[in-house]
Ligand binder design. Sequence first.
Ligand SMILES: *Cc1c(COP(=O)(O)O)cnc(C)c1O
Length: 245
Amino acid sequence: MATLGERLDQIRGRLALAAERAGRPPDSVRLLAVAKGFPAAAVREAMDQGLREFGENRVQEADAKISELGMVGAPGQAGTRPRWHLIGHLQRNKAKRAVSLFDEIHSLDGEDLVAEVGRRAAAEGRVITGYIEVNTSGDPGKHGVAPEGALALLARAGREPAIRLAGLMTIGPLHGGPEGARASFRALARLRDEAVGAGLLESGAGLSMGMSDDFEIAIEEGATIVRVGSALFGTRGAVREAAAG
Ligand SMILES: *Cc1c(COP(=O)(O)O)cnc(C)c1O
């Protein structure tokens, strides 16, 4: 079985090739290591490999992991502390905890949530980096604002001084294969361009898109940050089985 270091090398290689195909420098794409479902030890191992950006999709799991790693304290602190990104759905009643744990929130998807995150971050004296999550695939089970509502939500978030709007985020469709994913990613890039044109995002604003199975397509379509879990850490089911066994 490949080690984490070997898998990381492989991912970096694939990332660089995809960037090259798109005529972009490899360092224009950040690699977010999605640690959900993996223990604190896996994060430590990834940090030993130089990774400093980690994604979690649940506040509670992140809370436990970050304390186990001894990284409680203000996000954004200088030093070796990694940056933590919330990529999963956020309930309003967890916004307070979320702004004290995370540096970036990728899943802002409604006016009430945006208002609450803005209020809680301001109360903590922090500025949270935020992405608006857009449901580009139309999957009814998915979170995210409908594409038609994205610009209005960006405008709303832009009125929160404690939220620094970094761009848009999406999750590719569950079904539809690589070309389905491409259509989603292309739609997100188009929305970003529209938002920049409307003065709602800065030019060059980010696109958080692409996971283990489709990050190369996302890079070809302009991703600035890809969220990679299983290709880096292994299959999550295997970890659970090992833990249970
Ligand atoms: C789990 C998850 C990922 C990573 O998925 P992998 O297929 O393991 O790479 C990326 N983004 C979100 C929102 C996720 O929930």
